[in-house]
Design a protein around this ligand. Structure first.
Ligand code: SF4
Length: 430
């Protein structure tokens, strides 16, 4: 970690604060991402998105999410990043017109055919180019700008010096660029891979990737059946399988100094605990840099919450050299999981005892369990669950996932607040 450096030492333009862009796979997550500090969220309707098996939002939910975002002066970008087949072309125009009618803040597109349709049927909505288009150089960026794209999500495969060069052109040509700062890494060029389609019949190209590149593999020599050789990597690098998770929280100031418009968090399929913890951490990291006395504050407390979400070992990806972790893959790595989602705070009805509220349990909760209420400013309040009562006041031996329980705690909780607990043996349903 570089320690605290004053931001003026790295040439940060204080007039140009980048946006924090968070994923939202369903309505609940839209609220959570916005309440925990995202400036904008990206989500998808039921069709034409590359994350086909997240819950996604119905047309009515999309309208509700937009209302919620806009009254909080925040934005919603809608992914229409399917690689369209002939049949899609017939249905896309009506969908694009509907999105324009709703006044979504941008469309995220990767297919040139869909872009053409968007220019015809939703000309007032800005278009952002998806990471699936794999933009790796400034001329590609200019090409897409000339096709009417206003923002480009650059490929995660770039080095920092390549990113800096592209960012300089982008600033000159007034194109917005967006980079991923956190989340799962794809071991191929984002999504251009057939492992999931081959092993699970769920194609990454259609948004159904089951991430089988993260499973553990063995090598078998044809004439030695039953002898399994581990596929591992040493410090010289064998770059196959088991990618780690990207985490650039300690480089936010350097990336901001390049004039990048938006920092994007990966993970429309990730759970509420991930979303709340990661969003509030990056919110604080960006705000720290842009304070009057800003520093590139990357002391341990910024990492604390990132370490409490289920994750693979973290990496700086391909942007920054990390001598402590020379490659982005390892042989035998597993998810690190110390905490789990205990539940989400629901309505605060006046009829309930003052200072009590409901929690929708997402794990099995038992009396004596310590709940940690996470706040958007990064603070956390603990509460021991003395007894468990259902909504009618009946005392229960335990709370089952998806049930609502009363929580008589003197904590300034708010609807959609995320509550975590130590992982123990509970089964989270995130
Ligand atoms: S299986 Fe892995 S490499 Fe292939 S698309 Fe999915 S995440 Fe990417």
């Amino acid at each position: 970690m570089p320690g605290d450096i004053h931001v003026d030492q790295i040439g940060l333009n204080h007039q140009f604060k980048p946006e924090l862009l968070a994923p939202a796979g369903n309505m609940d997550k839209c609220r959570i991402a916005l309440l925990y500090g995202a400036d904008a969220i990206y989500c998808a309707g039921k069709d034409f998105s590359l994350r086909g098996f997240t819950h996604n939002l119905s047309s009515e939910q999309l309208a509700e999410a937009l209302f919620f975002a806009h009254i909080h002066r925040k934005k919603i970008y809608v992914a229409v990043n399917v690689f369209a087949r002939q049949a899609d072309l017939k249905e896309l125009p009506a969908y694009l017109e509907y999105l324009q009618h709703l006044s979504v803040d941008a469309l995220i597109i990767s297919d040139p055919g869909v872009l053409l349709l968007a220019r015809r049927h939703a000309p007032r909505i800005p278009v952002h180019l998806s990471t699936q288009a794999n933009t790796t150089n400034s001329l590609s960026m200019t090409f897409w700008r000339d096709q009417g794209v206003s923002r480009i999500n650059l490929a995660r495969e770039l080095s920092f010096s390549e990113l800096a060069e592209i960012a300089e052109s982008a600033n000159r040509e007034q194109i917005e660029i967006e980079v991923f700062v956190h989340g799962a890494m794809c071991m191929s060029y984002s999504g251009r891979c057939l492992i999931s389609a081959y092993l699970n019949r769920r194609s990454a190209n259609s948004g159904y990737c089951t991430q089988p590149c993260r499973w553990s593999y063995r090598l078998v020599e044809e004439k030695r059946p039953g002898e399994f050789f581990p596929v591992v990597e040493d410090h010289r690098g064998t770059f196959i399988f088991n990618s780690k998770d990207l985490c650039l929280v300690e480089h936010i100031a350097e990336l901001s100094a390049l004039g990048i418009s938006s920092f994007k968090i990966e993970g429309r399929m990730k759970g509420a605990l991930y979303l709340a913890s990661v969003t509030q951490t990056y919110r604080r990291a960006i705000d720290n840099c842009f304070k009057e006395s800003g520093t590139t504050d990357c002391s341990l407390h910024l990492f604390e919450d990132l370490l409490k979400v289920s994750h693979r070992p973290y990496t700086k990806g391909l942007l920054f050299d990390d001598p402590a972790a020379p490659a982005n893959t390892e042989g035998e790595i597993d998810y690190v999981r110390t905490h789990t989602l205990a539940g989400i705070v629901r309505v605060l009805p006046e009829s309930v005892v003052p200072a009590s509220f409901f929690i929708e349990a997402r794990s099995t909760l038992k009396p004596g369990q310590v709940l940690e209420f996470i706040f958007p400013d990064g603070s956390c309040r603990s509460h021991v669950l003395d007894q468990i009562e259902d909504m009618a006041g009946n005392i229960l031996p335990q709370a089952h996932p998806n049930s609502w329980i009363k929580c008589p705690a003197k904590i300034p909780a708010f609807p959609s607040q995320v509550v975590r607990t130590h992982a123990g043996r509970q089964q989270s349903l995130t």
